[in-house]
Design a protein around this ligand. Structure first.
Ligand code: S3P
Length: 428
């Protein structure tokens, strides 16, 4: 579906983004392997999280919903049931990678597959460490899905230096370690999001950080916990960008997750000169939340390098739009991971920027954008990638003539109410 986004005069009011997608996936998965009933409250998060829920149901887990609470009836670390057919992860990389860690230590064989985007995503990054633990797991010849996992509850402990900073890979190995009751020692080139560690600790696991190494002690069982899901910072980032770019804008976004491993975007835009206040910041069960108040700001260019990338990975396309309106040349490097997301986000972002009249350059591991430019408008190929669809919708709001976004419906993967929020805010 194509959608034409007209320029907005200003963005004003309050939005409620969906619940944090990363935390939702983990709450469901950890709930499924805990003992007892896990209670989850928070705003639903879209199709990706629905994929995780359906996969768990297909693996014999009961999940109910009433009065704003989701209850997961845990099966324990080795209690999932062999599914009748293959497990369909849809478009969700987090589902396939984290679930593979759990399935590596079950008693049965499973085949995991998903849509055409998921089939292109690299799975060797989990196949290698899980195989080192003794899992019997194989990918398609291309290195992607379908994945076949012959479960083995007697996995070995592992000490592993991760070649890429990836919370999905880290979480897959930790979950395999938990289910097999063995120790795991990991190092990452740069710290990635740490929701899995926080949530496993809530359930009684011992995970420590020592000299940059993460260590999970053998864990005999997980106890069920209550998880309150904050609103998703990654979804909030779209409207933060709109408010920053459009004259006269001000916007309030309440109860947003502000975990330090996730807010690289906030730090970067504040370095660019963004007028942002954080209000009512608090910590609950290891996760920090707060309200974000943002006003239109004049921005200056920024350079983003590898050490910042994991904390801003999903928000980097927005830096392309912000860079076009900032003073100076904005450059992103050390971000080759963007090429293996739901689409090749470097190539599609740069082509999309050019389609709306913005001068940008593509590099193997990033991109650069010349500042002080008008976003003129045009039609953009978003490759069915939810984050690119929403990025170019925001570009439309800040454009001269409007932007037509192809495959706009992909926004439902992480933000089903995105276009209704956008219509509401831009007409205020
Ligand atoms: C995620 C980790 C990141 C991120 C993805 C969600 C997670 O992926 O891009 O949207 O929930 O663990 P990588 O682990 O591939 O960096």
């Amino acid at each position: 579906m194509e959608r034409l986004i007209q320029p907005a005069n200003k963005i004003s009011g309050e939005i409620t983004p969906p619940g944090d997608k990363s935390i939702w996936h983990r709450a469901l998965l950890i709930g499924a392997i805990a003992n007892g009933e896990t209670e989850i409250s928070g705003i639903p998060a879209g199709l990706d999280v629905e994929s995780t829920k359906q996969c768990l149901i297909d693996l014999g887990v009961s999940i109910t919903y009433s009065d704003g609470k989701t209850i997961v009836y845990g099966k324990g670390t080795n209690g999932l049931k062999k599914p009748d057919g293959l497990i369909d992860v849809g478009n969700s990389g987090t589902t396939v990678r984290l679930l593979s860690g759990v399935l590596a230590a079950q008693e049965f064989e499973t085949v995991l597959d998903g849509d055409s985007s998921i089939r292109k995503r690299p799975m060797n990054r989990i196949v290698t460490p899980l195989s080192l633990m003794g899992a019997r797991i194989s990918s398609a010849p291309s290195g992607g899905c379908p994945l076949t996992i012959k479960g083995n509850p007697d996995l070995n402990s592992i000490k592993y230096d991760m070649p890429v900073a990836s919370a999905q890979v880290k979480s897959a190995i930790l979950l395999a370690g938990v289910c097999a009751r063995v120790s795991v020692t990991l190092s990452e080139p740069h710290p990635s999001r740490d929701h899995t560690e926080i949530m496993l600790r809530e359930c009684g696991a011992t995970i420590e950080k020592d000299n940059g190494n993460l260590r999970l002690e053998p864990c005999s069982e997980l106890r069920a916990a209550k998880f309150k899901i904050p609103d998703d910072f990654s979804s909030a980032a779209f409207f933060i960008t709109a408010a920053l770019l459009i004259d006269g804008s001000d916007l309030l976004i309440k109860n947003v997750g502000l975990n330090p491993t996730r807010i690289g975007f906030l730090n970067v835009v504040m370095d660019m000169g963004a007028d942002i206040e954080i209000r009512n910041s608090k910590e609950e069960s290891g996760e920090i939340t707060g309200d974000i108040f943002v006003r239109h700001s004049n921005l200056k260019a920024v350079s983003i390098t590898a050490e910042t990338v994991p904390s801003i990975i999903d928000e980097l396309p927005l830096i392309g739009i912000l860079g076009a309106k900032a003073e100076g040349i904005t450059k992103v490097s050390g971000a080759g991971e963007l090429r293996v997301k739901e689409s090749d986000r470097i190539s599609l972002l740069v082509n999309g920027l050019r389609s709306v009249g913005v001068t940008a350059d593509e590099f193997e591991d990033g991109f650069s954008v010349r500042g002080n430019q008008s976003i003129i408008g045009g039609e953009v190929d978003t490759g069915g990638d939810h984050r690119l669809a929403m990025t170019f919708a925001i570009a439309g709001l800040a454009s001269k003539n409007g932007v037509t976004v192809r495959d706009a419906e992909s926004s439902s993967v992480s933000y089903p109410s995105f276009f209704s929020e956008l219509d509401k805010l831009s007409s205020n």
